[in-house]
Write a protein that binds this ligand. Structure first.
Ligand code: AHG
Ligand code: MN
Ligand code: MN
Length: 344
């Protein structure tokens, strides 16, 4: 007889915890707090068309020089409070704050973890009812317990992540996370107010048919990217091309679709974004961890694994290629060939 009992996020977190022999349950508690903040933000996102207090811009500009949306600030506030309330986080690095936020109450000073977070990803899509997300990354602190965290705690390479995940506020809301034991997805059931396990062990197809890139920037793309796009667009019965172009403009939503269906997401360097646009700490590293845990790849397009890059700045940007293994490898091949061409 098959049992189809629904497992909630908290139940699965506790079950998986037993896989870590020395776990004190802290990481589980932390993920529960993230789940709680996600529900609060989800509730607001769902009302975005109704509440004028949360649509539109703030008249503020964040450290990236980008207009801050009201919901960016709201989500930042909710996640910050939830993380501090967990009592096990000693500080956070957020897209919405120039400097790291140090939690200096007695409990938090002793906390084990630091968090990097993009509280609301794809925020330019809020006002037009298109999917947005939250991306987070969890590290163990390296500074001594009891002291204030420093930038060094956050400038760890992505391979040091102990957990990472995203929430997609889409046609349904999902929370997808990894602690290095595969990528697991939960769908929010609003009738019971719980994230319920819907995707136990997510495996991304080795090859896909979708390429996702903002082609409006085409003339400013590196030659290798242009050649790869041409490759995607060519008719080839053997390799099932042309591929399909899909681009939402919310990294979380574009990545989530490609994770399930197979595809590649590229945000390369461009003339206006000479280091790429996406941020290493709270966009690329967590997504890279999830991609690898699902059998995919994440590189900078120049042969470097994202998770091995040693960050030097909290808000550092990086060029980003992620998705199905064969597609990322193919794109890397074009990038190599074009760099080689130039250097001849
Ligand atoms: P954010 O809203 O957190 O600033 O992130 C926006 C990012 C990412 O979600 C998306 O993939 C990318 O910016 C879209 O950029 P373009 O509009 O340049 O394509
Ligand atoms: Mn973002
Ligand atoms: Mn954001």
């Amino acid at each position: 007889m098959s049992t189809s009992r629904i497992l909630t996020l908290n139940e699965v977190i506790i079950q998986k915890q037993s896989a870590f022999p020395y776990a004190k349950g802290e990481l589980s508690r932390l993920l529960s707090h993230i789940g709680l903040a996600a529900k609060i933000v989800n509730n607001k996102v769902n009302k975005a068309g109704l509440e004028t207090s949360i649509i539109g811009a703030n008249d503020l500009v964040n450290i990236q020089g980008e207009a801050q949306q009201k919901l960016d600030a709201y989500a930042d506030d909710i996640f910050t409070k939830a993380l501090q309330a967990s009592g096990i986080v000693c500080g956070i690095a957020s897209e919405e704050n120039d400097e790291i936020i140090i939690f200096d109450d007695d409990l938090s000073l002793d906390g084990d973890y630091v968090i990097c977070i993009d509280p609301l990803d794809g925020s330019s899509n809020i006002d037009v009812n298109v999917s947005v997300g939250t991306i987070f990354s969890v590290y163990r602190r390296i500074s001594p317990h009891g002291q204030k965290v420093t930038n060094e705690d956050f400038l760890q390479p992505g391979i040091k992540q102990v957990a990472a995940g995203y929430i997609i506020y889409g046609s349904s809301t999902m929370l997808v996370y990894t602690t290095g034991l595969g990528t697991t997805g939960f769908t929010y059931d609003p009738s019971i107010g719980e994230f319920c396990m819907s995707h136990y062990y997510m495996v991304t197809p080795k090859s896909g048919k979708i390429y996702s890139i903002n082609e409006g920037n085409y003339v400013n793309f590196p030659q290798g990217v242009k050649q790869y796009i041409k490759h995607c667009q060519e008719n080839d019965a053997d390799t099932n091309r042309p591929y399909t172009s899909r681009y939402i403009g919310s990294l979380v939503a574009d990545f989530h679709r490609n994770l399930l269906k197979g595809g590649i997401y590229i945000y390369p360097k461009t003339a206006s974004a000479p280091n790429g646009k996406l941020r290493l700490l709270y966009e690329c590293n967590p997504i890279a961890f999830l991609a690898e845990q699902a059998g995919g790849l994440a590189t900078d397009g120049y042969g470097n694994r994202i998770l091995e890059i040693k960050p030097t700045d909290i808000h550092q940007r990086v060029s980003f290629f992620t998705g199905s293994r064969n597609m990322v490898e193919k794109a890397e091949e074009f990038m190599r060939e074009c760099t080689d061409e130039k250097s001849k």
